[in-house]
Design a binder for this molecule. Structure first.
Ligand code: F6P
Length: 344
């Protein structure tokens, strides 16, 4: 059956690169004589049948814009009884022959379930966290790393002037990719990530040794999901979202207080938060998002459903969504060990 109309949605946390992907999908679909319907606010829009037609005019000028023109939500249609049926009914009523979901592990996990139920699904991976399996990078990550690196550069000058320890808490959920990349790029004196339990004695030793050799300031990067041995995650809130995720945040303050107490060095804490997700995408993310969007439509045209587009080396390929979801991609320990050469 030839595909005449497709739906597209963006789900989960937003990230820079979503709009370039939507633009690429609409532009490539237009070349293939396929019309595109944008679903508002992730899976919520399909439950509520909230949609807009996307033509060339709708995506004009959105390439450099952060966020998503479609809106997003962390709605899980498999949570409330009856919602999946509404999703399927609305896809049919909207006349969608196939569907492209742009999202992280949660959104693509829903796509995989719908694919198993017989729907023609394609996935596009996005997240600043870069924690999705089967793709070397997700878009959004490079922009977040650049923002965090610039923040570390700025913290360096004030840390040096005041002879302080600066702790900077960085997003990334249960993977320390942004912290590791930004820490290497910004010359952090210590990088603490979820993959390696924090050893506070070691952090204190390293900062004291730096001071002893005349470097009386330190930059300590802490990923929000980092935790001490035998300790629970530090949480902003005990509430869980529709996919069962806790709200991380606060480990930076904990580490900062402990460092000041144990070393006697004045310490300040900066929590970068959602700044890392906002604003214009980097050139790398715009190109990756564009390539992903075009490839997603190519897979639709080829009828190669149940696939997620992915970056492998410098190639964009299709991989089974099932292989990508449910397995966290954690930081490569060779990279972390390289970062450790520069600690202290
Ligand atoms: O997954 C992206 C991310 O920004 C994580 O790094 C962070 O833990 C989470 O989303 C924050 O979620 P929210 O936007 O719901 O506060």
């Amino acid at each position: 059956m030839s595909i005449k109309k497709i739906g597209v949605l963006t789900g989960g946390g937003d990230c820079p690169g979503l709009n370039p992907t939507i633009r690429a999908i609409v532009r490539k679909a237009d070349r293939e004589n396929i019309s595109v319907v944008g679903i508002k606010n992730g899976w919520k829009g399909l439950i509520e049948k909230d949609s807009i037609d996307l033509d060339l005019g709708s995506v004009s000028g959105i390439l450099p814009k952060g966020g998503t023109i479609l809106g997003t939500s962390r709605t899980n249609p498999y949570k409330q009884p009856g919602d999946v049926e509404k999703v399927k009914k609305n896809m049919k009523e909207l006349g969608l022959d196939a569907f492209i979901a742009i999202g992280g592990d949660d959104t693509l996990g829903v796509s995989e379930k719908l694919y198993k139920e017989g729907l023609k699904m394609i996935g596009v991976p996005k997240t600043i966290d870069n924690d999705l399996s089967c793709t070397d990078f997700t878009f959004g990550f490079d922009t977040a790393v650049n923002i965090a690196t610039e923040a570390i550069d700025r913290l360096h000058t004030t840390a040096e002037s005041h002879h302080r320890i600066m702790v900077v808490e960085i997003m990334g959920r249960h993977a320390g990719w942004i912290a590791t990349y930004a820490g290497i790029a910004g010359g952090a004196d210590m990088i603490l990530i979820p993959e390696v339990p924090i050893d506070l004695d070691e952090v204190c030793k390293i900062t004291k040794e730096r001071h002893a050799r005349g470097k009386d300031f330190s930059i300590v990067v802490v990923a929000e999901g980092a935790k001490l041995k035998s300790q629970e995650f530090v949480l902003k809130d005990s509430k869980k979202d529709a996919f069962g995720h806790v709200m991380l945040g606060g480990i930076g303050n904990f580490v900062g207080q402990e460092l000041e107490k144990r070393t006697g060095f004045e310490t300040r804490v900066t929590i970068l938060g959602h700044i890392q997700r906002g604003g214009t995408p980097s050139a790398f993310d715009r190109v990756l998002a564009t390539r992903f969007g075009v490839k997603a439509v190519e897979l639709v045209v080829q009828g190669d459903f149940g696939k997620m587009v992915a970056l492998r080396g410098n190639e964009i390929v299709g991989v089974p969504i099932a292989d990508a979801v449910g397995k966290l991609k954690t930081v490569d320990m060779d990279l972390y060990n390289l970062a450790k050469i520069f600690f202290g």
